[in-house]
Design a protein around this ligand. Structure first.
Ligand SMILES: [Zn+2]
Ligand SMILES: [Zn+2]
Length: 344
């Protein structure tokens, strides 16, 4: 079924992974993809920019698909339904996120940890994503989105928000606990709102005056540099900055029994940990790997209930490469969101 999608579209693709300043992305004209059975073709209205897109573009993550189109925080409209899709209708508002396939049969999937599935596939890495006018998504991995939140505000919730939420769960924040956030970008500023709404005390440890200002505006109890000590011991911490050097720093800031969750998909090497200062007293260091669809649905529900809203910086789709360069340079706070100029 179709509502008359055009034959071709503008889309970004990674020509050859390289430092983003050197322009590894190309803006090309290519055919609008046809949805496979079980998939939706989605007209992209807004696509938020993730640090993972930077890792895909620069080669920190190995190439999974030649000339891939990045982007995995898409708010769009169902423009065509692949064979067998019955739970979506043309024109439905849908979200496309990072996780797009799991096998459903491995031990991890069967015990509810589909985020660990060895056969998982990801949007904007294994399959073309949302830095384009159209993209596809398996209907089983699409999210239904509320009608009353603007596209641009909703898009960053779809990875920054969902992954941040999983990191918050992994950090085992106790009720009314003290939470340290290392790095305060797209993901952290959403997690902070959720944690604050649920009664936590939040300390933001981040470089950059803009990020510190945003943290205070949202209600953080304190801000400091990433290598500074927070004013009180932390029950939980989340490391968003992809900087392994901060692992021992954050571990030292934990209270007895505290947990550090590392949220990124990529982290520079960690220096050795000192057992007495950084691990003893049952401190825990945990990683965060992707998310389950349940995490996603839960987070979207909580985000709407608690009015979690992204601070956004809008770029036209044609400026995607600039948005990634700006992300790397840390020139904006909150989340960058790409919008297609014209949406019929
Ligand atoms: Zn992401
Ligand atoms: Zn599996």
């Amino acid at each position: 079924m179709t509502v008359g999608s055009p034959a071709t579209m503008r889309a970004w693709e990674v020509s050859q992974p390289a430092p983003i300043e050197t322009g590894p992305l190309r803006y090309v004209e290519k055919p609008v993809p046809a949805p496979a059975p079980g998939e939706l073709l989605v007209q992209v209205l807004a696509c938020a920019v993730c640090r993972t897109d930077l890792h895909v573009s620069e080669g920190d993550l190995p190439v999974h698909r030649e000339h891939v189109t990045p982007g995995h925080m898409v708010v769009g409209r169902a423009a065509e339904l692949g064979e067998g899709v019955t739970d979506y209708a043309l024109g439905d508002r849908v979200g496309v996120a990072w996780l797009r396939h799991t096998d459903g049969i491995c031990a991890y999937c069967r015990r509810g940890n589909e985020n660990l599935c060895p056969n998982s596939r990801y949007t904007g890495w294994d399959a073309d994503g949302g830095y384009a006018e159209y993209t596809t998504v398996p209907a089983a991995f699409a999210y239904r989105l509320p009608a009353d939140v603007p596209d641009v505000e909703l898009a960053p919730l779809l990875c920054a928000g969902i992954i941040g939420y999983r990191a918050l769960l992994r950090a085992s924040l106790p009720e009314h606990g003290k939470l340290g956030l290392y790095g305060f970008g797209d993901s952290a500023h959403l997690v902070a709102q959720l944690a604050l709404a649920q009664g936590a005390t939040v300390h933001a440890l981040t470089r950059g005056a803009a990020s510190q200002r945003l943290a205070l505006e949202l209600g953080a109890a304190s801000v400091g540099g990433a290598y500074d000590s927070p004013p009180e011991p932390l029950d939980s911490a989340i490391l968003f900055a992809p900087v392994g050097d901060l692992v021992p720093v954050a571990m030292r800031a934990l209270d007895r029994g505290g947990v550090l969750a590392v949220a990124g998909i990529h982290l520079t090497d960690t220096p050795p940990l000192n057992y007495e200062r950084e691990l003893f007293y049952e401190k825990e260091l945990r990683s965060v790997t992707s998310n389950t669809r349940d995490d996603g649905r839960e987070f979207l529900e909580l985000a709407l209930r608690y009015h979690v809203r992204a601070t956004t910086h809008v770029y036209p789709m044609s400026q995607a490469q600039q948005a990634l360069q700006d992300l790397k340079a840390g020139v904006f706070d909150g989340a960058a969101v790409l919008v297609n100029e014209e949406a019929p």
